[in-house]
Every structure is written in structure tokens, then in C-alpha cells.
Write a protein that binds this ligand. Structure first.
Ligand code: IPM
Ligand code: MG
Length: 354
């Protein structure tokens, strides 16, 4: 019996998690998946319920679970909170507490949706990139950090820092993924300016000796951003640090035309994972039934594949999503102005297609 902790979070989070739960229930009911779920307050909802974006009870439940499925966090009502109490800090803390250093962000384009991309269809047809983002280090977590008074004015500062062992483990994680794909890995850095990147490049090259079959290339991050919008299909797997990965993964997501379609996984070395859609909490449409639940449903598929080893169930979900898209059903974000369905209808259609 697998244990999955559900963290609906804020904004559209509860709506999209509800649809993923329907899919999970259908797999248990009709296809023999043995799973129990429990729901926990997190993000702004954690603050509302327990005065903390990551309540102790929630963290304990996540530690005890085989995997965590999250909706989204954040909202305008939480922006004035003290920095440590903001929903985003809860997300950063859970990543760090569970040591989920390897963040997988696929950018894939369903052929049915080629028109939804902001790039010309011939540039993105069959796009299939995997961005591997280091998630628990770099400038997000480095010290010293802060805002302080120096020479009569305030100064803000952060530290971008990576140790050899941090680079080694994310590099291995990316090479392992490249081995399961087209065996091409592009490491993205800023080694022409930053010492931290110089070390990054050196260590990635060292680790590449363990993976002679993988073709390793290097790219500066500014060029990588340009290449992503110029000719994205040149990439197979990209590996990069926390901040560069944050920026490049949003860029890659947009290539697919709908950030509402993209799942992600954050893994630790024990195989435990936190799974979440790449998109945010979309407070502007929260509660209106307009959200696209597919990124969350596809995150559930990743959860089954990467943390539970249940590939057959993952395949089943992905095939069902394909079928539903082929049938022409669209939430507003992927409807290109045409007829659209509601979040609930999309979830029901995936369940029916299972
Ligand atoms: C993401 C988000 C987060 C990040 C924020 C919400 C803290 O942008 O998951 O990409 O910067 O990592
Ligand atoms: Mg981001």
C-alpha cells in the first residue's frame, strides 16, 4: 500500500488536485493500484490553518509518505507577510528538508497543440526537452544573504555557491536521465564570468567520464536562453543550477504553448519525490473552474513512474491524456479562443479514457 501526501495549496491548487485524485481513485478502483492518500495544509493555506507555510504536521506527513503531490502555492493576500512566512518559503523549505535536489522539468509538445506555441509550428513540432534543475543549492540557499545598511545606504546580497559534491550528484542525475533518452546532455552555466560556474563545468566534465555514451556539451546561460527560442529541438537533456534552471524552465514551458500542460518532479537520493505542475496558483482564475488539471494529472503519472515504479499506471494516464486531447477537448488556456471545457470536465474525460 503506497502512501501519497497531497498538498493542494492555494489558488487553483485545490481544484487541480481534486481532478488528479479522481484519476488516482479510478486507478485504485479499476486497475488494482494500492494507495492511500492524506491531505495537508501547505503554502498560504498552511499559514491560514497553522500559522506557517510548512506546518510541522505537513512536513512529518511528507517525510512518512512514498511521494508528495502538490498543487500550487501563493496569492496576493500573502504577499505582505513577513518573508519567512510567505507561501514560496514553504515550498523552498520542503524541497530543502526532504533534500529534493534533482528537479525534472520536461517540456514536451503534444502534436495536437502545436498551434498553441508562440513559436512557429515547424520549430516546435515534436519538441521533447528535459531540463534538470539543481533545486536545493545555489543562490537560492547560499549565505551570506540579506539586506543591510552599508555606508549610509541599504545593500541587498545573496551568494551563489556550489560544492563539488552538490555538482556531482546533480550531474549524475542528469547523465542517468540522458542515458534513458537520446544520450545528449547540455550543461548550462556562466563560466565566462562566475567562479561557481567554472567549478560547475570542471566537475560536470569529470563526471562525464562515467558516461562515455553521453555526448556532453556546454553553453552559457544567455546563449541557452536564445537557443531555446531560436531552435529548441537541438536539445535533449539540459542540466543547470537553481537560478538558471528557474528561468530556463519557464522559457521552455512557454515553447509548448501551455504551461498548464507541464508536470515536474523533484527527487532525493532515496527516490522520494515531490511532484507538482510547473505553473503557479493562478489566483486570477481560482475557484472559477477554468484551470487546466492536465499538468497535475501528468505530475501524478511522473509520481507513479519515478517514486513508485508503477510505469504501467503512468503509461495508462499518459495515454488517457493523449486520447482526451485527440478528442478535441480543451480547457481555455489551450483552446486558442475556440470552445472550451471546465476543469472538472477535463478530469472526468481523463477518468473515462482510462
Ligand atoms: C518554481 C517557482 C519557485 C522557484 C518559486 C515559487 C519559489 O518559480 O518552482 O520555478 O523559484 O523555484
Ligand atoms: Mg519558477
Amino acid at each position: 500500500m503506497y502512501k501519497i501526501a497531497l498538498l493542494p495549496g492555494d489558488g487553483i491548487g485545490p481544484e487541480i488536485i481534486a481532478e488528479a485524485v479522481k484519476v488516482l481513485d479510478a486507478l485504485s478502483r479499476d486497475h488494482g493500484l494500492k494507495v492511500t492518500t492524506s491531505e495537508h495544509a501547505f503554502g498560504g493555506a498552511g499559514w491560514d490553518a497553522a500559522g506557517n507555510p510548512l506546518p510541522e504536521e505537513t512536513l512529518a506527513a511528507c517525510r512518512a509518505a512514498d511521494a508528495v503531490l502538490m498543487g500550487a502555492v501563493g496569492g496576493p493576500q500573502y504577499e505582505a507577510l513577513e518573508r519567512d512566512m510567505r507561501p514560496e518559503r514553504g515550498l523552498l523549505r520542503i524541497r530543502a528538508e526532504l533534500d529534493m535536489f534533482s528537479n525534472l522539468r520536461p517540456a514536451m509538445l503534444a502534436p495536437e497543440l502545436a498551434d498553441a506555441s508562440s513559436l512557429k509550428p515547424h520549430l516546435v513540432a515534436d519538441l521533447d526537452i528535459m531540463i534538470v534543475r539543481e533545486l536545493t543549492g545555489g543562490i537560492y540557499f547560499g549565505g551570506p544573504r540579506g539586506i543591510e545598511e552599508r555606508d549610509g545606504q541599504r545593500v541587498g546580497f545573496n551568494t551563489m555557491v556550489y560544492s563539488e559534491s552538490e555538482i556531482e550528484r546533480i550531474a549524475r542525475s542528469a547523465f542517468d536521465i540522458a542515458m534513458k533518452r537520446d544520450k545528449r546532455l547540455c550543461s548550462v552555466d556562466k563560466a565566462n564570468v562566475l567562479e561557481v560556474s567554472e567549478l560547475w563545468r570542471e566537475v560536470v566534465i569529470k563526471i562525464s567520464a562515467e558516461y562515455p555514451e553521453v555526448e556532453l556539451t556546454h553553453m552559457y546561460v544567455d546563449n541557452a536562453a536564445m537557443q531555446l527560442v531560436r531552435d529548441p529541438r537541438q536539445f535533449d537533456v539540459m542540466v543547470t543550477g537553481n537560478l538558471f534552471g528557474d528561468v530556463l524552465s519557464d522559457c521552455a514551458a512557454m515553447l509548448t504553448g501551455s504551461i498548464g500542460m507541464l508536470p515536474s518532479a523533484s527527487l532525493n537520493s532515496a527516490g522520494q519525490g515531490l511532484y507538482e505542475p510547473v505553473h503557479g496558483s493562478a489566483p486570477d482564475i481560482a475557484g472559477e473552474g477554468k484551470a487546466n488539471p492536465l499538468a497535475t494529472i501528468l505530475s501524478l503519472a511522473m509520481l507513479l513512474r519515478y517514486s513508485l515504479g508503477e510505469s504501467a499506471h503512468a503509461d495508462r494516464i499518459e495515454a488517457a491524456v493523449k486520447k482526451v486531447l485527440a478528442s478535441g477537448l480543451r480547457t481555455p488556456d489551450i483552446a486558442a479562443g475556440g470552445a472550451s471545457c471546465r476543469c472538472i470536465e477535463m478530469g472526468d474525460a481523463v477518468v473515462a479514457a482510462l
